[in-house]
Design a protein around this ligand. Structure first.
Ligand SMILES: Nc1ncnc2c1ncn2[C@@H]1O[C@H](COP(=O)(O)OP(=O)(O)OP(=O)(O)O)[C@@H](O)[C@H]1O
Ligand SMILES: [Mg+2]
Length: 269
């Protein structure tokens, strides 16, 4: 089993603030893992260390087989990082943003690479428009597309969907799934439980400086006591309703509606 990311006893302190207190994490190659944690838990700090943008206080981490502290150059060649705040140039068009990154990476056929990525992220039509006119979801997709230039083995996405509406979130989720399907290893951070649930093969929960739980969703569910059986009316969530009315909804919206208006047989009898 090859681990694309291997972290052991990672610590990071800012003065008296001990943000990471011994993080252990393994991410298998070609999978999507989510690092879940509240605001200030240290998710961005951990990602920045793995992406060689910050030095750890202690512990070790290897990414794509290279130590982040002693072989940062080799790590950088194998990764890309999409930060918490979009790195898109608003004055350039979507296509120009992509061509610029491809040229900076000295890749031949920058235009062809740009067009291929625009297609992959459903941005072909918008490609000739200034990125400043894009919606939040389009901008995020362009941002992720830019980070894929040069085919990195490992992609870090720091809160890829924060601030997006439900429709745009689904667009980004599709983009992440497509990435994983192509064999890329993805480590993303999120504060959204449902995002981790829908997107990640494995979920690691960062709390008070340590990974307090790590596993597949099924494994994490087994940490809780067995579910009690309750009879409740299943009402659609606001998200179900929103997505259904804008035409992106799960096909299960209609039966939920019926359930809410159906008479209570038990009470009638
Ligand atoms: N350069 C720094 N100097 C001092 N403190 C820092 C620095 N970077 C981060 N911190 C502190 O470390 C803690 C963790 O920050 P971090 O950005 O990693 O959290 P996060 O989990 O990414 O939170 P969010 O969900 O809000 O993005 C916070 O208390 C933050 O103030
Ligand atoms: Mg953060």
């Amino acid at each position: 089993m090859t681990n694309a990311i291997r972290v052991r006893g990672l610590t990071k302190s800012f003065g008296d603030l001990h943000v990471l207190r011994g993080v252990d994490l393994d991410v298998e190659a070609g999978t999507v893992s989510a690092l879940l944690g509240s605001n200030g838990a240290g998710k961005t700090t951990a990602i920045r260390i793995l992406a060689t943008l910050a030095a750890a206080t202690g512990g070790t981490a290897t990414v794509a087989g290279h130590d982040v502290a002693t072989e940062p150059g080799a790590v950088r060649e194998a990764i890309s990082l999409t930060g918490q705040f979009a790195a898109v140039d608003e004055v350039l068009t979507g296509r120009e943003n992509l061509v610029l990154v491809a040229r900076l990476r000295h890749l031949p056929h920058a235009g062809r690479i740009a067009d291929e990525l625009l297609g992959r992220f459903s941005l072909t039509e918008a490609g000739s428009r200034r990125a400043g006119t894009y919606s939040g979801g389009m901008r995020r997709r362009l941002d992720i597309a830019m980070s894929l230039i040069g085919d990195p083995q490992v992609v870090f996405l720091d809160e890829p969907t924060t601030g997006l509406d439900p429709e745009a979130r689904l667009e980004v989720w599709d983009a992440v799934r497509a990435l994983a399907a192509s064999g890329t290893t993805v480590l993303l951070t999120t504060q959204y439980l449902d995002e981790a649930e829908h997107l990640a093969d494995r979920i690691a929960i960062l709390h008070e400086g340590r990974i307090i739980a790590d596993g597949t969703l099924a494994e994490l569910r087994r940490l809780l006591p067995p579910a009690r059986v309750e009879y409740v009316e299943k009402r659609p969530t606001l998200e179900d309703v929103f997505l259904a009315v804008i035409g992106h909804g799960p096909a299960t919206a209609a039966p939920h509606e019926e359930a809410t208006t159906a008479p209570h047989q038990e009470e009638v009898a």
